[in-house]
Design a protein around this ligand. Structure first.
Ligand code: HEM
Length: 260
């Protein structure tokens, strides 16, 4: 039988960071924040655009909404409560989110991080549930054909968002800092996929001539997969040993000063 206690000690191997990776991490962090800025801009623009649609639509009496709006927009009008319950949390998620990932904020104002984290999770749950309601139950092409595709993409993305938020919360309750960080990165990247999808949709619609009825569901899957993959690569590049409480930046800085 193999005695795992006799396995070679890992003390001799560096506990974190192979030689070239600190530079890669640094570069990827900068690129990552730039990409996040573009996604935030895209997501927030669509939040304000849709809020403007609701406000202007309800400012006038509309006798027959189905004759007035197209199949895509009319659902937001008819399910205005679910839409507001989506847009409000979405706005908070995209404004609080970046702050949660800044180490200096956590270091200086840990109570702020805790309370804004609770708001973030609550908004994520409401946002995913209302998104599920609109997109899974009322896809704009109905529940058949491509509409079913959109519906299923929404079920998976909403379900995965809820799972990530639950795991992020339960791990921090058990003081598993590394797991909490990883599940929050997963929650954040899957929610940013909503903005990735908007960009993909715009680019593919204008370059391929394929219609929104095919591209909407397809880009939902594509954006989800892309963001999840990028999130997992970042997590594996920055995972630290133990319970993960020591941040990769701290370990990289320590390794650099030991070399000098
Ligand atoms: C938490 C996970 C989320 C899920 C599962 C989700 C899902 C959805 C779905 C299915 C729709 C309806 C699409 C349609 O058929 O028209 C929708 C609409 C929308 N979502 Fe989300 N969403 C989520 C989070 C977010 C976040 C974080 C934002 C932040 C920007 C956001 C912004 C919007 C906006 C602005 C709309 C209106 C779309 C438009 O007018 O084009 N969502 N969402």
């Amino acid at each position: 039988m193999t005695d795992i206690s006799a396995a070679p000690s890992s003390a001799k191997t560096p506990e974190f960071s192979a030689a070239p990776w600190p530079a890669v991490r640094k570069a990827l962090e900068i690129i990552g924040w730039l990409v996040v800025a573009v996604l935030l801009y895209t997501g927030l623009s669509s939040v304000f655009g849709r809020a403007d649609f609701l406000i202007t639509s309800f400012a006038q009496p509309i006798a027959d909404p189905r004759a007035t709006f197209n199949a895509f927009d009319v659902r937001y009008y008819e399910h205005f409560l679910a839409t507001w319950l989506h847009l409000g949390p979405a706005l908070l998620i995209f404004t609080i989110g970046p702050m949660q990932f800044i180490p200096a904020v956590r270091k200086k104002w840990i109570n702020l991080h805790r309370w804004s984290g609770r708001v973030f999770i609550a908004c994520g749950v409401i946002g995913a549930t209302s998104g599920f309601f609109i997109g899974a139950l009322y896809p704009f092409m109905g529940l058949e054909g491509q509409g079913f595709n959109q519906s299923m993409a929404t079920v998976v993305i909403a379900g995965y968002t809820l799972l990530c938020l639950y795991k992020a919360y339960s791990s921090i309750r058990r003081k598993q800092f590394g797991a909490h960080r990883e599940w929050m990165i997963r929650a954040w990247t899957i929610m940013l996929a909503i903005a990735t999808q908007r960009i993909m949709l715009g680019v593919l619609m204008s370059t391929t001539g394929v219609g929104i009825e095919i591209l909407f569901g397809m880009t939902f899957w594509m954006a989800g997969l892309l963001n999840v993959t990028i999130g997992e690569i970042w997590i594996s590049l920055t995972r630290t040993p133990g319970n993960g409480a020591r941040h990769w930046k701290y370990l990289d800085a320590k390794a650099a000063s030991n070399k000098e």
